[in-house]
Design a protein around this ligand. Structure first.
Ligand SMILES: [Zn+2]
Ligand SMILES: [Zn+2]
Length: 175
């Protein structure tokens, strides 16, 4: 049991790394055409970006099915992937973007940190020069602000004029 639980936890933590790489290099790379909807001004209840979540769900189900049909302990890897997806939906869709009627607020320091870090990810509208691609781990607000500043002052950068600095600053103070 402890062995299985360890596999579950290791998978959950590893998924943060997988998610970071997928977000930075796939979703903001060749897969931008699906993720783009999530960086638009008005986020809808359903976006083409949700196909990434669907893919994650299918991977989790496939692993759980494989584990349960004799390929132990893949079902625990699948459970870790599913748990990451579930936390992502609760925190990202529920708390940060508030797609739901309940509109939960970030209450503790850790959740506030995730919340602000993800707002800063959305502070850059285009595909490039964004910050904070991870999710369960977020750098401090000061670090992310510095990264945004560095990107903005980078020569030849055409993207950062979209920085909604005023609106974001207000949100950070209120949060
Ligand atoms: Zn993004
Ligand atoms: Zn988002």
């Amino acid at each position: 049991m402890i062995f299985n639980f360890t596999i579950f936890l290791v998978t959950l933590v590893a998924m943060e790394g997988v998610g970071f790489l997928a977000h930075k290099y796939v979703m903001h790379g060749w897969g931008w055409f699906l993720h783009k909807s999530h960086h638009e001004e008005q986020l809808g209840a359903f976006e083409t970006n949700d196909l990434y979540l669907l893919a994650l769900g299918l991977v989790a189900v496939a692993l759980i099915v494989a584990g349960n049909s004799g390929h132990d302990p893949l079902q625990w890897v699948g459970a870790g992937v599913a748990a990451f997806g579930l936390i992502y939906v609760l925190v990202h869709d529920g708390m940060v973007h508030r797609h739901w009627p309940a509109r939960p607020r970030p209450r503790n320091r850790y959740l506030k940190r995730l919340y602000h870090a993800h707002l800063m990810h959305h502070a850059v509208k285009g595909r490039r020069n964004s910050v904070s691609f991870g999710f369960l781990y977020a750098p401090s607000a000061a670090t992310l602000k510095k990264q945004l500043r560095d990107h903005r002052s980078a020569p030849g950068d055409e993207r950062c004029r979209d920085m909604p600095g005023a609106a974001m600053g207000r949100d950070l103070q209120n949060g």
